[in-house]
Design a binder for this molecule. Structure first.
Ligand code: PEP
Length: 255
C-alpha cells in the first residue's frame, strides 16, 4: 500500500514574511492530516523559517533545486548539506522550468540525485513531455529517457525512498490538466520502466506523483487512479484554502 504524498511547489512566489504566513495557515488546517505525507517547497531563503513553523508537526519541507557539488566557488548555488541543515527532507530535481530556463538535462538531474542521496535527502524527480512531444507521439519515449537518465547507475537500495513526479509540461500552470486516463497511462508506463530497471517489488513501492494544474475540482479523479500516488501542486498550493482542500480530498480516497 503506497501512502499518498502531496507537495506544494511555491516556485518563485512569497517573500519570507508571506511564506511564514502561508505555512502558519496550512499548519492550522492540516494538523490532523497524518494519514498522508505533506511537503512544502518554498524558495531557498524561506526554507528555514517555514521549517520552524511546521516543526513538531507531520508536515515536511523541501527545496525546489540543489547543486551537485559539496561546496566551492559556485556563486548562487546551494548544496544538499545546506538544504539538510535548513531542516529539509526533500528536494525537487529536474522540474521542467529548470530544464527549460536553466538548461538542466538528464545528466545534471542524475548528478543532483547522487548528491542529495549522499546527504539523506529524498529526491522528487520530475519527468514529462512538452506539448510538441505529446502531439508528435513522443510522450513515452521522452518519459522513458527522463526516467532512465535520472536513475542511471543507482541501486534499488539507494532509490528506495525516491519520488517521481510525472508532470506533462503542457499542463503546468496552464489550467489544462491531463485527463485521469492520460495521467494513469503514463504512470503505469513509468512503473513498468522501473520494473525493467530493477524489479516488480521495487516499482510497486515507488510513489509517483502527478503534477500539472491540480486543483480541488480535479484532484479526486486523478488520485483515484491505480498508479497515481499523490500530487506536485504549483498554483493551487499558494493559497491555504485550495491546498487544504486538495489534501483533505486526497485523504478521503481509498484504493
Ligand atoms: C508545478 O509547479 O510543478 C506545477 C504542477 O504547477 P501547477 O500546479 O501550477 O500546474
Amino acid at each position: 500500500m503506497r501512502r499518498f504524498i502531496i507537495a506544494g511547489n511555491w516556485k518563485m512566489y512569497k517573500t519570507i514574511t508571506e511564506a511564514i504566513e502561508l505555512a502558519n495557515g496550512l499548519k492550522r488546517e492540516l494538523m490532523d492530516c497524518t494519514s498522508l505525507d505533506i511537503v512544502l517547497c518554498p524558495n531557498y531563503i524561506a526554507l528555514e523559517e517555514v521549517q520552524e513553523v511546521v516543526y513538531g508537526t507531520s508536515i515536511k519541507v523541501g527545496a525546489q533545486n540543489v547543486f551537485w557539488q559539496k561546496e566551492g566557488a559556485f556563486t548562487g548555488e546551494v548544496s544538499a548539506a545546506m538544504i539538510k541543515d535548513a531542516g529539509c527532507d526533500y528536494v525537487i530535481i529536474g522540474h521542467s522550468e529548470r530544464r527549460q530556463y536553466f538548461a538542466e538535462t538528464n545528466e545534471t538531474v542524475n548528478k543532483k540525485i547522487a548528491h542529495v542521496l549522499e546527504h539523506g535527502l529524498i529526491p522528487i524527480v520530475c519527468v514529462g513531455e512538452n506539448l510538441k512531444e505529446r502531439e508528435s507521439d513522443k510522450t513515452f519515449q521522452v518519459v522513458e529517457d527522463h526516467v532512465k537518465g535520472a536513475l542511471k547507475g543507482f541501486t534499488k537500495e539507494q532509490l528506495k525512498d525516491l519520488i517521481i513526479a510525472y508532470e506533462p509540461v503542457w499542463a503546468i500552470g496552464t489550467g489544462k490538466t491531463a485527463t485521469p486516463e492520460q495521467a494513469q497511462e503514463v504512470h503505469k508506463f513509468i512503473r513498468e520502466i522501473m520494473t525493467k530497471l530493477f524489479d516488480e517489488e521495487f516499482s510497486g513501492n515507488i510513489r509517483i506523483q502527478y503534477g500539472g494544474s491540480v486543483k480541488p475540482e480535479n484532484v479526486k479523479d486523478l488520485m483515484s487512479r491505480a498508479d497515481i500516488d499523490g500530487a506536485l501542486v504549483g498554483g493551487a498550493s499558494l493559497k491555504v484554502d485550495s491546498f487544504v482542500e486538495i489534501i483533505k480530498t486526497t485523504e478521503g480516497i481509498t484504493k
